[in-house]
Write a protein that binds this ligand. Structure first.
Ligand code: AMP
Length: 313
């Protein structure tokens, strides 16, 4: 795997502070600077890890984080170890100024924007082993992805020492695995999940949506449409849910589906009834998109199952 440094401002406390609206936003790039800033914080610290290219989904995470503690720390790091060969590490969108603007608007106490060397500098290359679940679903398509994710999150937890951290249900398998890691490795960080923030047409917000051209953007809606269609027949059981969702996906032959899966809420075997998760992943050209929804098998659905503003953390 390659390592790529972020394109970030030259030095904290210089260029970005001249920009309107960013005054007072603390941005650090090294562990030493982070340590100093972190030691000055008293009370409960809540971490929101991101890879930047921030959108309204990230904004919702930051707002939810404020409700959970006294200081919100946002990390912005495009983590090379979670990208496989041939994936989009080099072209992953980097929008540093826009990101910092959002952090300033949302009253973030501290932004940590390390370079790859700062995170993966000299050492023995210790990594988190991610367990069996990490080899299924996303992990089956992206070998090693979750070991990279868990490793960087463990490092961030160690460096920032937050009491809590907030992640999106958008990356549901990631959320389940990070929760398990914090619990099983006794990292002492309370992990919260936030429902997926969506466009008005139902599509999940994602930094990768900007790769899509207009035509692909229309086709991409099939992912959330398939999930919604599946949830509307939840009362008829798992086979019907999968058949209905599958039919929607098949209507869009340009969308290459990696998987459509129905699991229990912890991503275990498909339940016959009760709480469940419907997950989908697909590719449009070179862009890979994922989405998922909660559903209750055997029960009629009254309306949309997820809302953008519901801070269910
Ligand atoms: P990323 O920058 O894509 O690594 O995402 C950082 C965090 O934002 C992760 O916890 C994601 O699950 C979360 N996230 C991404 N998109 C959304 C969304 N549409 N709604 C809520 N959270 C999201």
């Amino acid at each position: 795997m390659t390592t790529a440094d972020l394109q970030i401002p030259a030095a904290p406390g210089t260029a970005h502070q001249d920009r309107q609206g960013l005054d007072g936003l603390a941005v650090v790039r090294t562990r030493a600077e982070l340590d100093a800033a972190r030691r000055a914080m008293t009370g409960r610290v809540v971490l929101v890890p991101t890879m930047g290219a921030l959108h309204e989904g990230h904004r919702a995470l930051i707002r939810a984080a404020h409700t959970l503690g006294d200081h919100v720390v946002v990390s912005i790091f495009v983590n090379p170890t979670q990208f496989g060969p041939g994936e989009d590490l080099d072209r992953y969108p980097r929008t540093t100024w826009v990101d910092l603007d959002m952090c300033a608007e949302e009253d973030v106490a501290l932004v940590f924007m390390p370079k790859a060397d700062e995170m993966y500098g000299p050492g023995l290359g210790i990594r988190v082993e991610s367990g069996d679940l990490a080899d299924r679903l996303e992990g089956a398509v992206r070998p090693g992805h979750f070991s990279g994710v868990l490793t960087v999150v463990a490092k961030l937890f160690g460096m920032v020492s937050p009491q809590a951290a907030v992640f999106g249900e958008k990356d549901y398998q990631q959320l389940v695995l990070i929760r398990a890691m914090s619990r099983e490795l006794a990292l002492g960080v309370d992990v919260y999940g936030l429902p997926t923030v969506r466009e008005s047409d139902g599509m999940a917000l994602s930094s990768r949506n900007r790769y899509l051209d207009e035509h692909q953007r229309v086709i991409a809606r099939a992912l959330s449409r398939a999930l919604r269609a599946g949830t509307t027949v939840a009362e008829h059981g798992p086979a019907r849910v999968l058949a209905v969702a599958q039919a929607v996906l098949e209507d869009e032959p340009e969308l290459i589906v990696d998987y459509l899966a129905l699991t229990d809420p912890e991503l275990g075997p498909e339940p016959e009834s009760g709480p469940a998760r419907l997950l989908v992943a697909g590719r449009l050209g070179t862009t890979r998109l994922i989405d998922n929804l909660a559903l209750d098998l055997g029960r009629a659905v009254a309306g949309p199952t997820e809302t953008s503003e519901a801070a269910r953390v």
